[in-house]
Write a protein that binds this ligand. Structure first.
Ligand SMILES: [Zn+2]
Length: 138
């Protein structure tokens, strides 16, 4: 018996042990899905709240910047500070699946880096980014 035959047998045995009526099963599935939806809605609301509370810097050109740090190895990055500083990073570039464009000060994750981390709740503390923000009165 191959692996799929084996898995089919396990599924069939689990099904045979399930004494619920089809209606009960459907109700359980619906309740499970409703809990999942509630959790997703709660997470999304928490995310919105977090982003609203975290510092957001809007430059005169309309671009929005967030406080974020570099992730991962940065051997060939222009500034290998490895997350010791919080830079002003383009809002859309924060987070694991995002881009790696330069911070306001020019610091940029290297090719070996995972990129910018998620938006942080602490304000930017990179001195060069702070100086640029100050120039814009932010
Ligand atoms: Zn910086």
């Amino acid at each position: 018996m191959g692996i799929f035959g084996y898995l089919d047998r396990i599924a069939a045995e689990a099904e045979a042990r399930d004494t619920r009526t089809p209606e009960q099963r459907a109700a359980d599935v619906a309740a499970y899905e409703a809990r999942g939806r509630e959790a997703a809605i709660r997470l999304a609301a928490e995310r919105v709240e977090f982003l609203a509370a975290a510092p957001r810097y809007v430059l005169p050109d309309g671009t929005a910047w967030r406080s974020s740090d570099m992730m991962g190895t940065l051997r060939t990055g222009r500034q290998g500070d490895q997350g010791r500083r919080l830079h002003a990073v383009p809002e859309e570039d924060c987070g694991v699946w995002s881009g790696a464009s330069p911070a306001l000060c020019g610091a940029q994750p290297g090719p070996r880096s995972v990129g910018w981390g998620d938006v942080r709740s602490e304000p930017v503390d990179c001195p060069r980014c702070v100086a640029k923000l100050r120039k814009f009165g932010l």
